[in-house]
Design a protein around this ligand. Sequence first.
Ligand SMILES: [Zn+2]
Ligand SMILES: [Zn+2]
Length: 341
Amino acid sequence: MKAFFLTEIGKTEVREIEVPKPKSGEVLLEVGMVGFCGGDLNGFKGLFPLQEYPNILGHEVGAKVVELGEEVPDSIQIGAKVTLYPYQNCGTCVACRKGRPNACKTNKTMGVRRPGAMTRYITTPWQDLFESKTLSLKELALVEPLTVGFHAVSRGKVEAQDRVAVMGCGIVGLGAVASALNRGAEVIAIDIDNSKLEIAKKIGVRHTINPSQEDLHERLQQITEGDGPDVIIEAVGSPTTYRSAVEEVAFLGRVVCIGYAKAPVEFNTSLFVQKEIEILGSRNCVGKIDFPEVIAYLEKGKFPVNEVISKVISIDQAPETMDAWAKNSQGIVKIMLDLEI
Ligand SMILES: [Zn+2]
Ligand SMILES: [Zn+2]
C-alpha cells in the first residue's frame, strides 16, 4: 500500500509499505481521511526540531476499525468510526507523574517521532480510540486539531462572563474560538486574513479584527469598554502577537500561549507585574477530556466543517500539495488527504 513520507527537509515521497498486523492490545484501522497539520509543514520546512526523518506524516485521523488484535475489549467493534489520540507519553517524567501527560518531556507524536497515518492501514492501541456514531470520517479527522484550541481555553479557565480575544484563526485558533463560544464567552477573533475571520463569524463570533486594516488597540479598547480582553489566546507564534497579547490583555487577565515562536521574544516585563497577569502555556490536549468534548461539540453540527477544509487531495497529489503549501499558505486552513480516492 502507498504511504506519504517526509523523507528529509523539503522532500516528500509516496512509497510502498506493508499492511501492518495488529499486536495484542492493538486494532487495525482503515484510514479514510487525514488532515495536514501546521506541524507537518514546519517539519517539511525544517522548522520543527522534534521532527524525525524519514517518517510517514499524519496524526489527524478519521478511520474505521477493521480488525482487532488479542486482548481488545468488546467495547471496540469492527466497523466503528473513530479518531485517535496521537500522542504517546513516557509515564515517568515529572509531567506524567503529575497527571499532565500532554506536556510529557519525551512525548512521541505520530508522524513526528513515530510513523504517522498517511497510509491506508495503521495499527494503534485500542485505548487511543475515540468513537462517534454520527460524525463522518472527515469530521473525525478535524477532532484532534480542534482539541488543541479547546485545551487552550481550559488552560485559560474561560467562563461565560469573560471576553476572550483569539489571535490567529488557523484551525487551532478556530478551535479556541469554538470552545470559548461554547462556554458562553464573548469572543473577538483576530487575524490578518479576512477569509479566516469569515469562518470565525460562521462559528458564531460577533467581533472580528483585521490588524492589517484597523487599529488593534483601539478596536479592542472599544469592544471591551476600555478594559482589554480578560483572556487572550495567542495562536500565531510571532513576536508581534506575543507582545501585543501582553500589552492588550486586561489587568488581572490571562494570556494563553499556544503558538510556537520561531525566535526569542522581548517583553516589557513591568506589564506582567503591574497588571498581575497570568501567562499560561498550553500544549497539545488532554485526550480523555478534550477529545470527548470536541466530538460532542461537532456532533451538534454547528461547526462550519466544509468551510475550514480548504482542499481535499489524493495521496498521489500529496507531494505537489506540500510543495505548493510551503510556498504559499495564504487562505489555507486545513488540507485533507482522502485515502479513499
Ligand atoms: Zn496537528
Ligand atoms: Zn512523560
